[in-house]
Design a protein around this ligand. Structure first.
Ligand code: DMJ
Length: 645
């Protein structure tokens, strides 16, 4: 018989056995709960399929969430997938002027080199400040000298600058930037969502371009990771992109396209997704953006201003065959619309001329813009000898019936239109468009000259020449598609609430800031590469020196608040408050290095550096390699990846 102590021991043993069993049960229960929870989370994320990760070599650090393994909630119908056009890329018309026919004088070469070096120094200064004070952050605050995250915190300036560093020959800076880029974790963000559009043009475009320039595999690896994430933006009931990309919703497959989406956001994913499809050989990216193209094509003739789409469109409609609504009444080539138009001709180029849809979209929209949005400003009598031959692009209000009203608002953002017209004109044999492109490019440069700082404002309003009401009265008028008009003081005073406050013929400045934007120099650069006209180089230099003077800080460059004030002449503000008017906005967006300085650098370079016949620029100035005849339209094998810089 067991003694007390024994029975105590037995009881104790029994209790401890029970305790162990309970603990084990508890452990099992906990384990089961965890497993169930993981399953729940995975199911909630539209079937994330876990398969073993492929180890990569080198500097590459894989993101902690692999979007490629996420199963789509709204899969595309396999039988209706739109593939990259098949066939050998066509021989496209030559875009660049044949510079070999002009003999460049020594002094010309010297001036070009000096100017280019000045731009390079500006880029170096900006980059060094970013590296020192904001490394890995999205932007540098150039006055506060710290970092700021505006694009999910992955390092927008870092990735956006890669190709500029490479093109400028800043090899050490480039190498260091690639190393940092290789460690970006797309699943680690500083905000709950990102913009599909901005992430595509700045990050994806930046990675693909740098890869196209130098073939660094790690950049393509990162581009694929990111592309797979952004692809989830199309996992919506109607497969239209959801620009507001909420990471949690994207994982769960619950993103929804917007009822009031900017047409630029929907229409500006095509180049980057197409290049990704070409480089990876995976057609899914091309299929995704093709849905948007089809929808735009379907609605192009059926808007209030046929040929163009309203600035904001409804991409939320749940009719798969008719997914967008385009019945708004505001039309523009400026903010929120711009690059939707820019990408049509560029897509035609990137697809090696094999898809005529993009030519049609471009030609029709340009015809409408030409007829309704472009105008000649009424110039003051300042130019007795040769008044500048300039055009500007405004906005239109159209109600789809009897009203088509031009609003002569001039936006810095709209200044890219010169390059777009000129490029399309060359590509599609439309010399009139090349001329318009040059006139538009010169229009923005003229607007730069008009302001005391030598820079045009973000948004202003100007007095246009009246549209011709009668038949042309002279041969000159007949030849001039946009007739000139004489300065008319009465019209100016009537249209102006504060005559004299702004340079003539500007009647209002709604936003006097300059945000370090590229569009004006972008068009001057393209106009130069296409026409070869040397005076454009001096115009570019004048613009650059003005920008440098007005925006340079001790360690970098900053956006400024008022271009109507000449640098060094800041005074009491408009409300009579004493003191110095602040001229800094303490902001240096990533496009300053990515675009503005790149275009200034390239206009002063040898014209075959990033030739327009070899590369097509995305809207963030990232050059993508154009597939050539005999080299294959798809896949990197077919592409010439020799080093450029
Ligand atoms: C850039 O991000 C791109 O050029 C975009 O298309 C428009 N806005 C900025 C530059 O101003």
């Amino acid at each position: 018989m067991p003694g007390i102590s024994d029975s105590f021991t037995t009881a104790a043993a029994f209790h401890s056995a029970m305790a162990i069993l309970t603990a084990r049960r508890f452990q099992r229960l906990a384990l089961l709960t965890v497993v169930a929870l993981v399953f729940y989370i995975l199911l909630d994320q539209a079937d994330y399929v876990a398969i073993p990760m492929v180890p990569k070599t080198g500097q590459y650090v894989q993101s902690t969430y692999d979007w490629a393994r996420r199963r789509m909630k709204y899969p595309f119908d396999e039988s209706k997938l739109i593939k990259l056009p098949e066939g050998i890329p066509r021989e496209l018309p030559r875009i660049q002027y044949d510079f070999s026919q002009d003999e460049a004088s020594e002094s010309h070469i010297k001036t070009q080199k000096e100017r280019q070096e000045a731009v390079k120094q500006a880029a170096k200064k900006s980059w060094n400040a970013y590296r020192k004070y904001a490394w890995g952050r999205d932007e540098l605050l150039p006055e506060k000298l710290t970092g700021k995250d505006t694009f999910a915190g992955w390092g927008a300036t870092l990735v956006d600058s890669l190709d500029t560093l490479w093109i400028m020959g800043l090899k050490d800076e480039y190498k260091e930037a690639v190393q940092k880029t290789a460690t970006i974790n797309w699943d680690k963000t500083t905000s709950s969502h990102c913009s599909l559009f901005e992430t595509t043009i700045r990050y994806l475009g930046g990675l693909l371009s740098a890869y196209d320039l130098n073939g660094d595999q790690v950049l393509l690896d990162k581009a694929v990771e990111l592309g797979d994430m952004l692809y989830a933006g199309f996992d919506t009931p109607n497969h239209m992109p959801a620009n507001s990309f909420n990471f949690r919703e994207a994982k769960a497959g619950s993103l929804r396209p917007s009822m009031g989406e900017s047409s630029a956001a929907a229409g500006t994913l095509s180049l980057e997704f197409t290049r990704l499809a070409q480089l990876t050989g995976d057609p899914k990216y091309f299929n995704a953006i093709s849905g948007v193209t089809r929808a735009l094509e379907k609605t192009q003739d059926d808007t209030n201003l046929p040929g163009m789409w309203p600035v904001f469109i409804d991409v939320s409609r749940n009719e798969p065959e008719n997914p967008i609504g385009a019945k708004g009444s505001s039309f523009s080539l400026g903010a929120s619309a711009d690059s939707a138009y820019e990408y049509f001709s560029k897509m035609y180029v990137l697809l090696g001329g094999l898809d005529p849809t993009y030519k049609k979209l471009h030609m029709k929209s340009m015809a409408t813009a030409r007829n309704h949005l472009l105008f000649r400003p009424m110039l003051p009598d300042l130019y007795p000898a040769t008044p500048p031959d300039v055009l500007l692009s405004g906005n239109v209000y159209a109600n789809g019936q009897d009203i088509i009203d031009l609003q002569p608002q001039v936006q810095h953002l709209g200044c890219f239109a010169g390059g777009m017209f000129a490029l399309g004109g060359k590509l599609f044999h439309e010399p009139a468009h090349v001329k318009i492109g040059e006139q538009l490019a010169r229009g923005c440069a003229w607007a730069y000259d008009a302001f005391p700082s030598g820079i045009m404002p973000e948004v202003s309003e100007i007095i246009p020449c009246p549209a011709p009401s009668s038949a042309p009265s002279s041969k000159d008028e007949e030849e001039e598609e946009f007739p000139r008009c004489k300065w008319d003081d009465a019209t100016y005073k009537e249209a102006n609430t504060a005559p004299g406050r702004y340079p003539k013929p500007f009647r209002a400045v709604q936003d006097p800031s300059y945000l370090l934007r590229p569009e004006a120099i972008e068009s001057i650069f393209i106009a130069y590469r296409i026409t070869g006209k040397k005076d454009l180089l001096d115009i570019a230099w004048r613009m650059f020196t003005a920008v440098q003077k007005a925006t340079e800080t001790n360690e970098a460059y900053t956006a400024i608040s008022d271009v109507n004030v000449a640098p060094g002449e800041e005074q009491a503000d408009a409300h009579g408050r004493g003191g110095t008017r602040s001229r800094t906005k303490n902001s240096m967006e990533s496009f300053w290095i990515a675009e503005t300085l790149k275009y200034y650098y390239l206009i002063f370079s040898e014209p075959d550096l990033i030739s327009l016949d070899d590369y097509v620029f995305n809207t963030e100035a990232h050059p993508l390699k154009i597939p050539k005849p005999g080299k294959g339209a798809e896949g990197k094998e077919g592409l010439d990846t020799e080093k450029e810089a």
